[in-house]
Design a protein around this ligand. Sequence first.
Ligand code: GLY
Length: 381
Amino acid sequence: MNFDIVQSFRDHGWLKETEQKLDRKMRFAVGKAREVSWMPYTTENGRWKETRIGWWTNGFWPASMWQMYRMTGTELYREEALRAENMLDEALRNFKNLSHDTGFMWLIHSGVRYALEKSPESFDRTLFAAEMLAARFNPNGFIRAWNGEGREGWAIVDCMMNLPLLYWASEETGDPRFRLIAMAHADTTLRRFVRPDGSCNHIVIFDPETGEYLENPGGQGYQSGSSWSRGQSWALYGFVLSFLHTGEPRYLEASKRVADYFISEITEDWIPRCDFRQPEEPALKDNAAGNIAACGLLELAGALPETEGRGYFEAAVRILQAQEASDANWAADDPAVFTRCTSAWHDIPGRHMTMTYGDYFFIEAIRKLQGDRLLFWYPNR
Ligand code: GLY
């Protein structure tokens, strides 16, 4: 982060009020998490709804706990992070069920705990997660996303956010192969997913034998050729993270291209539609896309000279404030904060739901605005 820009916002009243609201809400959320034996993801009737261990979102709860621990110094949050980290070992034991999402699942809490406390078991979990991700690399230049027969050649834009786990593994072990895999995948994403106008495909299917491009289905967006906003936010943030880990300017340029497009699509109310090319009705929104993009914009702002970065910083703050004013539930009647996250355009029960990662990225953005220099996607920096 460029801390000169952040400095100007540090004493903002909104930031201080939001910190207090988050602490109240997250203490309540921890109480509710301790009533159940599963990892929080979404809520129903004021409680955490049952979610299986191994689901790709599992890492966001302990990562939120580490962010809150750093914000408040309250031991309750650290204890809850460790409880969740231990719970996740079941997913390591059932490793055949893991997808490419091991970065989301371990780097941002086990990797963070290792950086903070040098805990050997957290190191082992994070390295194991990296080995599992590296093992999914197809030498045609992409990381296989999901399991299941027929999906050998499927890659998705979300994977850009898992690459920091591979960079971490190279930095920690001294073995370049993890980084080389990450860069091969990032280059394929740049070539095959990011369009000239800065919009992105969600899924690209390659022939797994030859690497030939086959097709790009609509995935979680409206249709093929449309523009799923969360996919755009994964690309925006993922590319700037690849830049921070490698120093390669092409990744910074890619992040800027996606960011410019993203900003141009949201200026009406600063809350992203689920798909930027969806029909007018239903008017689906996705708070998760907004909060992820805000984190990426803040890192982008920090990676650029101040004159160029300031616009991205201001866009991030506008998104966070607009979403908070419109969609945050601070009441103690539900453990989650953001109410208009959307899992996928065609998933009707998943429209305007709560999600731990919608909330996680908001907390991460608030921590950046408060000046915390620990980047959870680069905890060993
Ligand atoms: N990575 C899956 C999603 O964003 O829904």
